[in-house]
Design a protein around this ligand. Structure first.
Ligand SMILES: Nc1ncnc2c1ncn2[C@@H]1O[C@H](COP(=O)(O)OP(=O)(O)OP(=O)(O)O)[C@@H](O)[C@H]1O
Length: 231
């Protein structure tokens, strides 16, 4: 696990942010629609080039590093599993792309699925599992890539309320001792998963602190709304 240093200026989007995440720390990034959360994840993942800034992961500067070589896994709202592959093959995809042999990659994928309690889904196709199961498989797939940094963009947003606790538990276990940023609009997720909460408004950080402190005694307008549940 590596520490992240991010500085990103995107003039057109009004974004000017400096953010550090310690090795093994999970940061919940929250803020209103259009605040710039997804843009920041895009910069870190190498999908979006800032006008000015720096992304440093451990001792590597990721200026021109292409997305697949960054050691960064991005889990989107939509699990985006490969529809023609089995669940197992989906999870084995990252190690296979790294050159790991099929048998070994499948073993690794099986272990990863087992860890999230989804080993029984291994032979199914994505069309044969539920949205909640697909999102858990997407977590296993992201972890199988052995990323130095895990980015989660509202991973629960498309799920029914009743399956969220299972994914929250999966994420809780997966994020233990991992460097991660999770974008969320849910105070319960932030409380359960994050060490620190960072509030972004209009492209700028307006509040940050230990999760419990921000959630118990919010200072910014957005964090106050987040905690009161009037989102
Ligand atoms: N492809 C794009 N081209 C130009 N501007 C964009 C693009 N995508 C987003 N923006 C703008 O950048 C700003 C930040 O958007 P961003 O999607 O990063 O916010 P967000 O906090 O992730 O919002 P949400 O919670 O709605 O996902 C907004 O003003 C938005 O209109």
């Amino acid at each position: 696990m590596s520490a992240l240093h991010l500085r990103a200026v995107i003039a057109q989007r009004g974004i000017d942010v400096t953010l550090d995440v310690a090795a093994g720390e999970t940061v919940a990034l929250t803020g209103p629609n259009g605040a710039g959360k997804s843009s920041l994840l895009g910069v870190i993942a190498g999908l979006l080039r800032p006008d000015d800034g720096e992304v440093r992961l451990g001792d590597r500067v990721l200026a021109t590093t292409p997305p697949h070589a960054r050691g960064v896994a991005l889990l989107a709202q939509d699990p985006l599993l490969f529809p023609h592959m089995s669940v197992l093959a989906n999870v084995a995809f990252a190690p296979r792309s790294r050159g790991v042999r099929r048998r070994q990659a499948n073993e690794l994928a099986t272990r990863q699925l087992d860890q999230i309690g989804a080993a029984d889904l291994a032979t199914r196709k994505p069309s044969q599992i539920s949205g909640g199961q697909a999102q858990r498989v997407a977590v296993a797939r992201a972890l199988a890539a052995e990323p130095e940094l895990l980015l989660l963009d509202e991973p629960m947003a498309s799920l029914d309320v009743d399956v969220r606790p299972a994914l929250r538990q999966t994420l809780h276990d997966a994020l233990e001792d991992r460097t991660a940023i999770i974008v969320t609009h849910d105070a319960a997720d932030a409380r359960a998963l994050a060490d620190r909460v960072v509030v972004l408004e209009a492209g700028h950080i307006v509040e940050q602190g230990p999760a419990q402190q921000v959630l118990d005694d919010p200072q910014s307008a957005f964090a106050t709304r987040l905690v009161s549940g009037s989102m």
